[in-house]
Design a protein around this ligand. Structure first.
Ligand SMILES: Nc1nc2c(c(=O)[nH]1)N[C@H]1C(S)=C(S)[C@@H](COP(=O)(O)O)O[C@H]1N2
Ligand SMILES: [Mo]
Length: 492
């Protein structure tokens, strides 16, 4: 069961493997070397099998114990779970979800033990009473049926986990073997980064890029199995294979993607080097009807979004079917093998991961996943800025203080950023450069702060001259507004 949970949640290791790794890390080097020499490449497998045998024996002992002292079995389980938790904690970067398999496994065994122990107790009672008049339900035979069912259930869970795990491995493997012509490694433009510690890296590494989706199990699609059907209000419906798609030629661009649920000052934003195939020529090819105004996109896992057609057809905007992120095939979590990226639109109306279907249609005829739940039909990004240095609540030395952060309004661009101390005059900050209007921009300034508590606020101006509003709006229904502010304490 733990194994199934691990595979389903895409935690790389099930608890047994985590413990095995932890064990290997804690084992003295000489012993590890001996194990490797003796068992050759199979040393890891042998360790895992060893732990599994140990677990079987332990469960058998605990099961016996539970008949007389159920709490002793619980303590035993607790110790096993504790070992797994310690092993998870010993990983380089443990996250909360890594603990889920341990919890699932523990709950499964507690329930299984409770059911079986109770059954056994009643069966023995019936045996003692020895009354031939009662038709005993809790017989020895039935006990083995229930025990067998429990074991079967555990095996089924293991199998399910294996299947999900192997689909994942196949997708990872095909991702690793992909060679994409025209996809180049990212090269951060000169002057885009001030290089200030604790300001978001201008290029967000893929493994740090925020993740938002409704998929409990991430789709694992091999490129050879991927297809995109484009249909609806078109003259010539088409179905593209992965090969059809990439042979059209790759476009690349720096594009910042953000989530409509990002609060003022929040982290649901990232900037990456995206490589993909332009959508505008494909839509021209299928012959979009004049009265269409939307594209209903559907992902392999059934998520949908309605994207304004005008933005997709706009040739000045690199709306693309992306196949790579930061110079590598898309990570599975970010939509492998193909996702949509549209500069200037929030993700929930544009950035479909694992996209497999596009229906050219009208907004008045569709109901997409989030728009059916109170979010606005169209999702153009709103201008925003945030202070990342110093952090809210920081203590800083009075005098010259560097204040810095990022600002964005994709596809319009930022022309200025200003900061304000304690409600005083707005003072201009310096902007770093950007390669286009589709990315965020870093800003920095130096303030002269007197000793004491200060509030610092930031606001941006876009390249059309519109100043970011200070009016506070919630993320629902179409994105937050308001100035980000921090409170800091300048000490002598
Ligand atoms: N298939 C699918 N695609 C999706 C979503 C989803 O739930 N399912 N969420 C969207 C939302 S709300 C956002 S903000 C972006 C986030 O993309 P990321 O996870 O790659 O950062 O993906 C979009 N694409
Ligand atoms: Mo989002």
């Amino acid at each position: 069961m733990s194994y199934a949970a691990a595979a389903l949640l895409h935690v790389r290791e099930s608890p047994v493997v985590v413990v095995a790794e932890g064990f290997a890390n804690l084992t003295p080097g000489s012993v590890v070397k001996w194990a490797i020499d003796t068992f050759d490449k199979d040393d890891k497998k042998i360790l895992v099998v060893g732990i599994l045998i140990f677990l079987c024996v332990t469960f058998a002992v605990l099961g016996r114990l539970a008949r007389t002292r159920w709490w002793a079995a619980m303590v035993g389980y607790g110790v096993l779970a504790g070992v797994a938790v310690v092993a998870v904690l010993a990983k380089p970067t443990p996250s909360l979800i890594d603990f889920a398999p341990v919890v699932v496994g523990l709950l499964f065994w507690i329930v299984a033990l409770a059911v079986l122990a109770e059954w056994l107790r009643r069966w023995e009672m019936v045996a003692e009473a020895d009354d031939p008049a009662v038709e005993p339900m809790h017989t020895r035979r039935n006990f083995f049926v229930v025990a067998g069912a429990t074991a079967g259930f555990a095996a089924f869970g293991g199998l399910l986990g294996r299947l999900a795990g192997s689909a994942r491995r196949r997708a990872e493997e095909s991702r690793r073997l992909l060679r994409l012509e025209g996809v180049t490694a990212p090269d951060v433009p000169n002057g885009a980064s001030f290089g200030i510690d604790n300001v978001s890296a201008w290029q967000t590494p893929s493994e740090d890029f925020y993740l938002i989706d409704t998929a409990f199990i991430k789709p694992t699609i091999e490129p050879a199995d991927w297809q995109l059907r484009i249909h609806g209000m078109v003259d010539r419906e088409i179905t593209l294979t992965y090969q059809d798609l990439v042979s059209r030629g790759i476009t690349q661009d720096w594009i910042t993607l953000n989530c409509v649920s990002n609060e003022v000052g929040g982290d649901l934003i990232g900037n990456a080097w995206w490589s993909g195939v332009l959508l505008a020529p494909i839509l021209a090819e299928v012959g979009v009807h004049a009265d269409a105004d939307a594209v209903l996109q559907t992902s392999e896992d059934g998520w949908t979004c309605g994207t304004p057609l005008a933005e997709l057809r706009d040739r000045s905007r690199n709306a693309m079917l992306a196949v790579a992120m930061n110079g590598e095939p898309l990570p599975i979590e970010h939509g492998f093998p193909v996702r949509t990226i549209v500069p200037g639109l929030y993700g929930y109306v544009s950035a479909t991961k694992w996209v497999v279907d596009m229906e050219v249609t009208r907004f008045d005829q569709i109901d997409a996943y989030w728009t059916g739940k109170g979010w606005s039909e169209r999702g153009p990004v709103k201008i925003a800025s945030k202070i990342e240095v110093p952090s809210n609540g920081d203590e800083v030395p009075a005098g010259k203080v560097v204040v810095a952060g990022v600002a964005w309004l994709q596809h319009t661009g930022i022309s200025g950023v200003e900061v304000q101390v304690d409600g005083g005059a707005w003072q201009p900050a310096r902007l770093a450069t950007t390669p286009n209007t589709d990315t965020w921009v870093q800003w920095r300034t130096e303030l002269d702060l007197d000793e004491g508590e200060h509030q610092i606020r930031v606001r941006a101006t876009d390249r059309r001259g519109n100043v970011q509003t200070g009016a506070i709006a919630d993320v629902l229904p179409d994105g937050a507004t308001g100035w980000h502010s921090i409170d800091i304490n300048a000490k002598a």
